[in-house]
Structures are given as C-alpha cells and as structure tokens.
Write a protein that binds this ligand. Sequence first.
Ligand SMILES: NC(=O)c1ccc[n+]([C@@H]2O[C@H](COP(=O)([O-])OP(=O)(O)OC[C@H]3O[C@@H](n4cnc5c(N)ncnc54)[C@H](O)[C@@H]3O)[C@@H](O)[C@H]2O)c1
Length: 244
Amino acid sequence: MNTKKVTLVTGAASGIGRATALKLAERGDQLVCTDFASAQLQEMKDLTGGICIAADVTNESEVDALIATTIAEYGRLDGVVHCAGIEESFVDAREMTLEVFEKTMRVNVTGSFLVARAAGRVMVPQASGSIVLMGSILSTVGYGGNAAYTASKGAVLQLGRALAVDWSKFGVRINVVGPGPVATPMSQASIDDPVRGAWLRERIPIGRPATTDDIAGVCAFLLSDEASYITGTYLPVDGGWLAL
Ligand SMILES: NC(=O)c1ccc[n+]([C@@H]2O[C@H](COP(=O)([O-])OP(=O)(O)OC[C@H]3O[C@@H](n4cnc5c(N)ncnc54)[C@H](O)[C@@H]3O)[C@@H](O)[C@H]2O)c1
C-alpha cells in the first residue's frame, strides 16, 4: 500500500510550481505534476518520480479528469499547491483590453476555483487534505498598471477564505500564500530591468526578490502536519514588503 502523501502541484513546469514539486518530492511525497504540455513538464516526471498530466486549469473537464486520474492511480489526494497563473500586461487600466482582463481572471480565479473544487470533492469525503492557493502581496495592496492581476489575486484570497469556512470542519485546510516579487519567468524582466529592479530591491526590506525555494518551503510547511491548525490564513512571503 502506498503510504506516501499524494500531492498535486499545478504550474509545475516552471517557477514556484516547479520548485515546490521538487521540494515535496524530496520530502517523500508522491507527486502529480500538471501544467500545459511541455518538455519541462515531462522532465518533472523524471525529477520527481511522479506522474505528469497536461491540463489547462481553465478547462473544467481537463481539471476534473486530472483529479480522477490521480485517484485512479493512487486512491487518494492529500495536498494541492495551485501555482498555475499568469500576469500579462503592465498598462494603465484605461488602456487595458477586456480580453486581457477576462483572461487574467479566468486563469487566476476560475482556474483556482476549478482546481480547488475538484480537490474538495475528493478531500471532503476523505475527511482530510490541505490546499494552498497562490495569492500575491497584491491580494491585499495595489500596484501601478496591474489592475487585472491585482483584482484576480484579491479574488484568490477571498476564494481561499470562503473554502476554508466551508471545508475546514471536514478536515480540509485551505490557505493562501502571498509572495512578493519572485525570480521566475513571470517576474524576471522586472527584476532585471535596471530601473524597476532597483526600485523593487529598495522596496523590499530584505533587499532582494524571493527565490522559488523561499516560496516552496512555505507551501511545504502549509501542507505538512506541522500546520494542522492553520486554515483560512493569508501568509505573505514577501521579504517584508507589506510591513512598509
Ligand atoms: N513570480 C512572482 O513574482 C510572483 C509573485 C506573487 C505571486 N506569484 C504567483 O505564483 C504563481 C506561480 O508563478 P511563477 O512566478 O512560478 O510563474 P511562471 O510563469 O514561472 O509559472 C507559471 C506556470 O503556470 C502555467 N500556466 C499558466 N496558465 C495555465 C493554465 N491555464 N493551465 C495550466 N497551466 C498554466 C505556465 O505554463 C507556467 O508553467 C502564479 O499564480 C503567480 O501569480 C508570482
């Protein structure tokens, strides 16, 4: 019988999701990695010893099939770290297209809902589980030229709280992590930009952007039994950004 914790990581082909999947595999979890189909996703199969399933988190039937395949393969689902997300454009809201706004909400908010709903349908009857949703510091504060992403991350935080209120009594914990800038493909251009990058470093009390491991360790903690009484929480991992 498989005694390892079965953990699903979305957005596992890149950045925070990739680092989190590697950390959890190292911890001994049985990994299920998902992302769009890509060479990087396939590589995760070798690196984690788990299974990799390509899925678009905005596609209801693909998300439901992802969870169904996980249960068919391992019989349970103990943890989810939902990292799939996008940040598409930095423009004043007056210039932002409806397409960009709706796409951002669909991937970041609807995707979080579909993944959490499918996981909850398994975890609630199982009477155990832990789900980590990926918010941002922008779940609680504003940022210039970023209306769609900021709105979406605020919604992810409130989604996490609502799910925690509904499901914690069934033994399913839901928490939202709030990274500040992290060195991943999503933020690398800003971090490397001489002006924006210098401003970011000055803005962060610790003086540097997060590494993906900084975030992965916190996700692993929230999934672990050490966090057994933590639910409905928003945990910033921001080098002090929100303290300023
Ligand atoms: N990098 C940062 O500075 C930062 C800061 C705060 C929050 N976050 C959040 O952390 C999460 C991970 O971001 P990252 O920095 O690792 O970015 P990333 O771009 O490196 O990785 C995101 C992954 O999500 C996948 N993805 C996007 N849309 C998808 C979809 N519809 N279906 C399936 N997979 C999809 C991409 O293919 C990619 O592999 C995101 O939710 C992001 O908003 C990032």
